[in-house]
Design a protein around this ligand. Structure first.
Ligand SMILES: Nc1nc2c(ncn2[C@@H]2O[C@H](COP(=O)(O)OP(=O)(O)OP(=O)(O)O)[C@@H](O)[C@H]2O)c(=O)[nH]1
Ligand SMILES: [Mg+2]
Length: 319
């Protein structure tokens, strides 16, 4: 190297930097569709598996509206989980979109992870899920969630009732996504049912979602958390502006849609108290997620029947 140029061993360079090259011979990989009725803890479980919040979570049913990929990379496997909206009987076009999202996750998957709330016996929506699963040739793993609130005698009876609904269940396992019980064991069982395969994504990638989507979702999550009854379901968040200002602060402006004037009143609250609380809580979490200081401005707008309006749904990414 007397001429000052460095020679590079090209093969060694690529072997080192190729995130896909370095997997052991027993490496497995595949796609897992996470399905179940609303509110059973699908998104909580996916987040627990990933050790990171990728999908929003709330006590209201029908929180998740889109398919969201969460990617778990371990030394011995890479599993792409597809979180889906809870399966239910749709009442409007938004609901139809959500069901479509749930169903579309299955044909591309290697395995279905059926999440149930084992503290309760199966109900009508669980039967809907069972029917969807039975129409697929996929192996099914039953994740019996919420064992932290399930008395042991009920666990046995309910487990039996859920198992009876889908003959193709290859494994069942009791977990608590909230308390992180049984989650690692569940991943080990999932891995066993996946084929040998490479990494599809670089190890650092945890999801397929964009920053803007996450921001809008975190705002919606806080609205879901603090609002009551039918209002949460009428909420959509339309991110209008997301830009870095000269002082390094990220300025975000979002419109929150509701369907009626009465809902707007509830969302704003007495002297703006509710929207302020939603904004404050959302801002804290957005700042943590982006690792930046955020200025968040929210405005509420009435969009009558947006959940039935194809053009609005398209604009909001629900089509
Ligand atoms: N006690 C208990 N609660 C849980 C557990 N897992 C989830 N939850 C709660 O159940 C509620 C629903 O959780 P989500 O993860 O949003 O449920 P989901 O199945 O994704 O719901 P949709 O997106 O509406 O289909 C939230 O209040 C969670 O905190 C658990 O293991 N134990
Ligand atoms: Mg969800």
């Amino acid at each position: 190297m007397t001429d000052g140029k460095q020679s590079i061993d090209v093969d060694a360079f690529f072997a080192q930097s190729d995130p896909f090259a370095d997997v052991p011979p027993d490496h497995r990989s595949g796609f897992v569709a996470v399905v179940g009725r609303p509110n059973v803890g699908k998104s909580t479980l996916m987040n627990a598996i990933l050790g990171q919040k990728v999908a929003i979570v709330s006590p209201r049913p029908q929180t998740t509206r889109n398919r969201i990929a969460g990617i778990l990379t371990r030394e011995d496997c890479q599993i792409v989980f597809i979180d889906t909206p809870g399966i239910h009987k749709p009442k409007h076009k938004l609901g139809e979109f959500m069901m479509d999202q749930a169903r579309k996750a299955l044909p591309d998957a290697d395995l279905a992870l059926w999440v149930v709330d084992v503290s309760k016996p199966p109900r009508r929506d669980d039967e809907r899920v069972a029917a969807v699963l039975q129409a697929q040739p996929l192996p099914v793993i039953l994740a019996m969630n919420k064992i932290d609130i399930t008395p042991p005698d009920r666990l046995l009876a309910h487990a039996e009732a859920y198992r009876a609904q889908v003959p193709g269940i290859v494994e069942d396992i009791a977990v608590s996504a909230l308390k992180h019980q049984g989650v690692d064991a569940l991943v080990d069982r999932i891995r066993e049912h996946l084929p040998p395969g490479p990494r599809y994504y670089p190890p650092g990638q945890v999801s397929d979602i964009q920053e803007r989507f996450l921001v809008a979702e975190l705002i919606r999550e806080k609205a879901l958390l603090y609002l009551q009854e039918e209002v949460p379901h009428a909420v959509a968040v339309d991110l209008q502006d997301f830009e870095e200002r000269e002082n390094g602060v990220i300025y975000i402006f979002a419109r929150i849609f509701v369907e009626r004037e009465s809902q707007k009143g509830i969302l704003i609250g007495k002297r703006g108290a509710m929207i302020k609380k939603i904004g404050q809580e959302a801002r804290k979490e957005i700042e943590a997620a982006l690792g930046r200081k955020v200025y968040l401005e929210l405005r509420v707008k009435v969009k009558p029947k947006w959940r039935r309006n194809p053009a609005e749904l398209r604009r909001l990414g629900y089509a």
